[in-house]
Ligand binder design. Structure first.
Ligand code: DQA
Length: 147
C-alpha cells in the first residue's frame, strides 16, 4: 500500500507556531515517525508539504494511479479551497482529513470544511497523535480500491 501524507500551508512551522494550539512536535518529527510507522506496517509512505494551493492540487493529481490513500492536513485551505476538494474527487483516491487542533472548539470559520463530506474519516483535536491514528487507520482499516 502506498500512502501519501500531505501537509498544507503553515504546517512547515509545526512545533514552533502557536505551540499552545499545535504543540511542540515539528513536521520533521511527524514525518520521520510516520515513515517508521509505515515501515512497521509494511506500507510505503510519501510525504509532501506546501504553502501553495496549486502545488497541493498538482501533487494530488500526480498521485492518481500511484497512491492508494491520502492523509491530508490542508491547514487553512480546508476552509477555503474548492480546488483541493475537486482534485481529491478527481483522482478518486480515498482520503482522511486531519487537523492537529480541535477545529470545532475554535473560531466559527474553522468549523466549515470543503473536504469533510467526502472524507473517509475526519480526525481533529488529537494533536500530532492524529497522524499516527490516521496512518494506522488507512493501512489497517480503510477499504482501498484496486487501481
Ligand atoms: C489546522 C487547523 C486549521 O484551521 C488551520 O488553518 C491550520 C491547522 C490543524 O491542524 O489544526 O493551519 O489544519
Amino acid at each position: 500500500r502506498h500512502i501519501l501524507l500531505i501537509n498544507g500551508p503553515n504546517l512547515n512551522l509545526l512545533g514552533t507556531r502557536e505551540p499552545a494550539t499545535y504543540g511542540s512536535t515539528t513536521l520533521a518529527d511527524v514525518e520521520s515517525a510516520a515513515q517508521e510507522q509505515a515501515t512497521a506496517l509494511s506500507a510505503k509512505l510519501s510525504t509532501f508539504q506546501s504553502n501553495h494551493e496549486g502545488a497541493i492540487v498538482d501533487r494530488i493529481q500526480a498521485a492518481r494511479g500511484d497512491v492508494d490513500a491520502i492523509i491530508i492536513n490542508a491547514g487553512a485551505y480546508t476552509h477555503t479551497s474548492v480546488a483541493i476538494r475537486d482534485a481529491l474527487l478527481g483522482v478518486e483516491i480515498p482520503f482522511v482529513e486531519l487537523h492537529v487542533s480541535n477545529v470545532h472548539a475554535r473560531e466559527e470559520f474553522r468549523r466549515h470544511s470543503y473536504l469533510c463530506d467526502k472524507a473517509a474519516a475526519v480526525i481533529c483535536g488529537m494533536g500530532v497523535y492524529g497522524y499516527t491514528a490516521a496512518l494506522e487507520f488507512v493501512v489497517k482499516h480503510l477499504k482501498i480500491k484496486a487501481r
